[in-house]
Design a protein around this ligand. Structure first.
Ligand SMILES: [Ca+2]
Ligand SMILES: [Ca+2]
Length: 500
């Protein structure tokens, strides 16, 4: 008897005996598990992405080698909460109005019942596990603010342990904005505990299919690592990020409003305080440390024989500037702010291929739905990447779009980056010849058609910020004055922390 014939027979039998056998046929071994590994504020300083020539990420690179790794993947928002809300709900920031670090989307009545990625898998019989930073802050880790997202939650994200005092006196004295090394132990670090917990779950899985999400906090600030990780990057050999002096001379003033005044310091501070090398080294050290934690998790997957039936997806929520374009941190629409590692490995995914098609973090949800074959999900705005996971040269017809605050968009196609701010000012970069986005070509008449095509890709739905939006919120009403985090900024106000 053929297998389909057997299934039909069993289903007929199930009706006859009064219960359906179909769920039994699609549970257990038939359902691929999902292991989602998230990294916070991890830019493209990953071996396979080549963002920094000295980055050391052997475990992430090995995962890339085992699967399909995207080289042109971008976040939907260059900030934790809106990026993660978009990824986990499958909706663009402009469709939800979630642009700031607040609110948690479940507190917005019209968004409260959105079915998130873990809920989708829960509905299909998976046990869901979370640890560390998946949503922003403590959002979604308990029942207090809406439906249950997880069956089990492990250690929460933390940058601790901290030294007794901040190591660097940054212009805005935010406790988290710090970096360097001090006497502490790897075993005491938040991400170490998240990895240990995740490994112990993998060592003790039963036959129920699982959706396990493990979210590392580093290299988010404070970029603290133990000396062992600093030693991988000797100071005398360290290469600083490539920058162009006066790079901002050809970017609109509105580009400064994206990150008008932030705890993250400007390049000018790093240079004057002699901290640029130290921050570069600290970030590389933290990335290497996180890579080692990723390695523990992927090794546990292998040791437990789970590799062949588990889809692994690894991502970061957005990039991070370390001096490029005169700033540090996120909140920008250039590649340094939007480009992220994105890797899929496991059943149904071709191994050993790099894909240069533009991809979006928004695509993760529909891709997992597609790969796991448990039935459709509704309202998703991304595209399944399964065509690219099977053949890296398959065209993804849409560019990747990043939105930061209301109606500011970065559109990244295979060869171009177009940025359009809420006041209509714009930038265009030729990514083949100018990968660092140094020369704004927006005024070149011969590129008018390129601009028009990218302009057309901007999402039509762009909601105003959701009620109770706060932290990094920029408001623009068409007048000459903008409002940054509740304060008016006039057209001639000096750019904070930048002096001639
Ligand atoms: Ca982040
Ligand atoms: Ca420039």
């Amino acid at each position: 008897m053929t297998v389909p014939c057997l299934i039909r027979r069993l289903c007929c039998l199930s009706v006859f005996v009064g219960f359906c056998l179909l769920p039994l046929l699609t549970t257990g071994a038939d359902k691929p598990n999902v292991l989602m590994i998230a990294i916070d504020d991890q830019n493209d300083w990953i071996g396979y992405l080549g963002g920094h020539p000295q980055s050391r990420t052997p475990n992430i690179d090995a995962l890339a080698g085992r699967g399909t790794a995207f080289t042109n993947a971008h976040c939907q928002s260059p900030l934790c909460n809106p990026s993660r809300t978009s990824l986990m709900t499958g909706k663009r920031p402009g469709s939800t109005g979630i642009y700031g670090l607040a609110p948690w989307f479940r507190t917005v009545p019209e968004l409260a019942d959105l079915e998130t990625l873990p809920q989708y898998f829960m509905k299909h019989g998976y046990t869901t596990y979370g640890a560390g930073k998946i949503y922003h802050g403590g959002y979604g880790q308990n029942k207090k603010n809406g439906p249950v997202e997880w069956d089990h939650y492990g250690p929460r994200a933390t940058g601790k342990p901290f030294p007794p005092k901040k190591l660097v006196n940054t212009p805005q004295p935010h406790r988290l904005v710090d970096w360097g090394t001090f006497d502490h132990k790897d075993e005491d670090k938040g991400d170490y505990k998240i990895a240990e917990w995740t490994v112990s779950q993998l060592n003790n899985m039963d036959d129920t299919p699982f959706f396990l999400a493990c979210g590392f906090f580093l290299p988010h600030v404070p970029c603290y690592a133990t000396q062992k990780w600093f030693d991988l990057f000797p100071e005398e050999e360290l290469q600083l990020p490539l920058i162009q002096r006066n790079d901002r001379d050809d970017t609109p003033r509105f580009s400064w409003y994206m990150h008008w005044s932030l705890p993250e310091p400007r390049l000018q501070f790093l240079e004057e305080a002699g901290e640029w090398k130290n921050l570069t080294r600290s970030y590389l050290a933290c990335t290497a440390f996180v890579d080692a934690q990723v390695g523990k998790v992927t090794a546990a997957l292998k040791k437990n024989g789970l590799e062949k039936n588990t889809i692994v997806v690894l991502w970061s929520d957005h990039g991070w500037h370390i001096g490029e374009k005169a700033i540090t941190g996120k909140n920008t629409l250039w590649d340094d702010g939007t480009r992220v590692p994105l890797i899929f490995a496991g059943p149904g995914i071709k191994s050993g291929q790099l894909c240069g098609q533009p991809a979006e973090l928004l695509d993760i949800y529909p891709s997992l739905v597609d790969l796991c074959g448990q039935g459709p999900a509704s309202g998703l705005e991304g595209l399944s990447l399964v065509p690219q996971l099977q053949d890296a040269s398959a065209k993804r017809e849409r560019p990747a779009i990043t939105t930061h605050n209301h109606d500011n968009h970065g559109v990244r196609s295979e060869n171009w980056r177009y940025i359009q701010y809420a006041d209509g000012s714009a930038e265009l970069y030729d990514m083949r010849n100018d990968p660092n986005e140094w020369t704004n070509l927006i005024d070149k008449p011969e590129l008018k058609e390129v601009v028009e095509w990218h302009k057309k890709q901007i999402p039509k739905v762009n909601k105003k910020p959701a009620p109770n939006s706060a932290h990094r919120i920029l408001l623009y009403d068409g007048s000459a004055t903008v409002n940054w985090e509740g304060k008016d900024v006039g057209p001639n106000d000096p750019i904070p922390e930048i002096t001639e």
